[in-house]
Write a protein that binds this ligand. Structure first.
Ligand SMILES: *Cc1c(COP(=O)(O)O)cnc(C)c1O
Length: 449
């Protein structure tokens, strides 16, 4: 039976996977969620423990989509994943899952590289698709890279002009071709609001618009793969429990873990580590939700999100309902949520301290996002000593060389630069600037019709 997808606002028709992917956001401004989440049994997990990364991806995607031939899906997975994550042991028997091995050196490559062939799959010849993406840094470059030169797809990226590093900016603005970039004089949340407004704008009906943000369900399913991959690599007995620590901003990564948990991964705890944008830790504690506007600027800049889009999906999974403005219409099962999740906000000061200590004690160079998660895990284990026996995996979501200024300030060294970043300085940048108001963006889009 094929899996249908419903909107978290429940005012749009249910749809199949590929329609959900090409639409991005549901017409009622909700986000798509699978009606049913397939379960992998012990034997399934065991089988995956011997499989390569692209085969694990293929196995999981196969469970969710059926409108694509076996050999086609396998070929797409093999092509998307010419790279795989890296596991590193640290702090005794704990593990860091490095997700910086893709073409733009951030974890977003794992979703973006798989999303582009899935979006291209159902496009008819001659049909043009415009993908609008708001980015706080890494999504834009991962998307730009994954979709660059894909026929029939035009990419439009909005980023907050003062909140991305020069390296992040160059990864988006030096591609050209079908990739257009707009520097918005505002925050990430402004960029995201402009994109959402465009999707809902009747006047733009002529344009076939879609999204590559983590509001797109095609981003989330591939993001469940590395949790399962890492687990099956590390456990001795299938069924043994695991704790993940996840550096979180817009909560796409976390939703990948939630899907993996629903698929049967024996997750004991998800540590949701945010920077000073602590709206979620506060919500989990109090049950009251308030966005942070404007979002707070932290050194883990890809996590400067004051109202995470994917929160509505999390609340949906736990039986509640949240509209796109952040109003809770139906309260989720907070106790169950608290049982699974431990959410903490980590200050910039502690993030820097963690980078310094980890370098000093273990000769490992973390970057600010991964350090937020690694610090949160360390504190969690101090408060819950009995969990030191549990398998713990902390995610590192970018390569330190993406943040050379910050790393240099903290450690006094320059992180080793991967090839993909080394070539950027020689390339020419090309982008336009825009105020954070929807009207200007509308005018820009209207000219594309
Ligand atoms: C996007 C990003 C995050 C946050 O991921 P979400 O899915 O938005 O929670 C963390 N670290 C890095 C390096 C990122 O680029």
């Amino acid at each position: 039976m094929s899996i249908q997808f419903h909107s978290t606002n429940y005012r749009a028709p249910k749809t199949d996977f590929f329609t959900a992917v090409l639409t991005g956001q549901a017409p009622d401004r909700g986000l798509y969620m699978p009606e049913r989440i397939p379960v992998i049994d012990k034997a399934g997990f065991k089988k995956l423990s011997g499989a390569q990364y692209f085969e694990v991806a293929n196995y999981i995607l196969r469970l969710f989509l059926d409108d694509i031939a076996d050999e086609d899906l396998l070929a797409k997975c093999r092509k998307a994943y010419g790279f795989m994550p890296r596991l590193e042991k640290a702090r005794g028997e704990k593990h860091i899952l490095w997700l910086d091995t893709g073409p733009t050196a951030s974890f977003k490559d794992f979703a973006a590289q798989m999303m582009s062939p899935l979006m291209g799959h159902k496009l008819k010849p001659g049909e043009k698709l415009f993908i609008l993406t708001a980015t706080s840094g890494d999504t834009g470059s991962a998307i730009a890279n994954a979709f660059h030169n894909i026929p029939n797809i035009e990419i439009i990226i909005l980023f907050p002009i003062n909140e991305v590093t020069p390296n992040q900016r160059k990864q988006m603005t030096t591609l050209g071709g079908n990739v257009r970039t707009i520097a918005v004089n505002g925050k990430f949340d402004d960029c995201q609001a402009m994109v959402k407004e465009a999707f809902a704008d009747e006047r733009l009906k002529e344009l076939k618009l879609s999204s590559a943000n983590s509001i797109n369900i095609a981003r989330l399913i591939p993001q469940s793969v590395y949790f399962i991959w890492a687990y099956t690599r590390l456990v001795k007995d299938m069924g043994e429990e695991v704790i993940f620590s996840i550096p979180s901003g817009n909560f796409g990564d976390m939703m990948g873990a939630i899907l993996a948990w629903k698929m049967g991964l024996p997750v004991k705890k998800l540590i949701i580590a945010t920077n000073a944008n602590d709206e979620f830790p506060a919500f989990l504690k109090s049950g009251k939700y308030g966005k942070i506007e404007p979002s707070r600027m932290c050194i883990s800049n890809a996590m400067n999100v004051g109202h995470p889009s994917n929160l509505t999906r999390l609340i949906d999974i736990f039986g509640g309902q949240m509209d796109e403005k952040g109003n809770i219409l139906k309260v989720p099962d907070m106790e169950k949520m608290r049982g699974l999740m431990h959410a903490v906000s980590v200050s910039d000061e502690n993030t820097r301290k963690c980078i310094a200590d980890t370098y000093k004690e273990e000769a490992i160079v973390l970057e600010p996002h991964g350090a937020v998660a690694w610090y949160a895990l360390g504190e969690f284990l101090k408060e819950n000593k009995e969990e030191n026996k549990t398998l713990c995996i902390s995610l590192e979501t970018a390569n330190p060389a993406k943040f050379p200024e910050e790393i240099n300030k903290i450690l006094g060294i320059s992180p080793a630069v991967p090839e993909s970043l080394a070539k950027l300085d020689k390339l020419k940048e090309n982008y336009i600037k825009m105020e954070a108001d929807y009207d200007g963006f509308y005018q820009y889009l209207a000219k594309l019709t």
